[in-house]
Design a protein around this ligand. Sequence first.
Ligand code: CMP
Length: 138
Amino acid sequence: MTNRTFTMIKPDATEKGHTGGILKMINDAGFRIVAMKMTHLSSEKAGQFYNVHKERPFYSELVSFMSRGPITAAILEKENAVEDFRKLIGATNPAQADEGTIRKLYAASIGENAVHGSDSDENAAIEGDFFFSRLEQF
Ligand code: CMP
């Protein structure tokens, strides 16, 4: 079934100039970009996005990292999008990511891990709607 996932290219990857390389990997893997924008999250917005992790010890570090510079947010469409995108990005910790994955190539650490990918269809819809109005989703 064709479905959608949500991604962010995070501030670490943006700072290092990896946005184009990551988008090429996404395209080459067969994902269709149906919404995209570059933006800079305030710490309030980053906190809202990651509210589910509020009780985790790394939450404040995560919020300050995600608001320190621009990100690229996008909605991606493909058959089996959520699962296939998580395979393409690799494990949260780049030290455990498979060869050829985005995080293996571009991520530095478990915190600064280059990209985000939704973990379910339900969260993909919530996260996509966080960034894009219906008029901006194609
Ligand atoms: P992401 O897939 O965007 O979802 C939650 C984020 O929290 C994760 O990527 C990492 O950026 C961050 N994160 C997860 N685990 C840790 C950790 N142990 N220490 C620091 N940051 C983490």
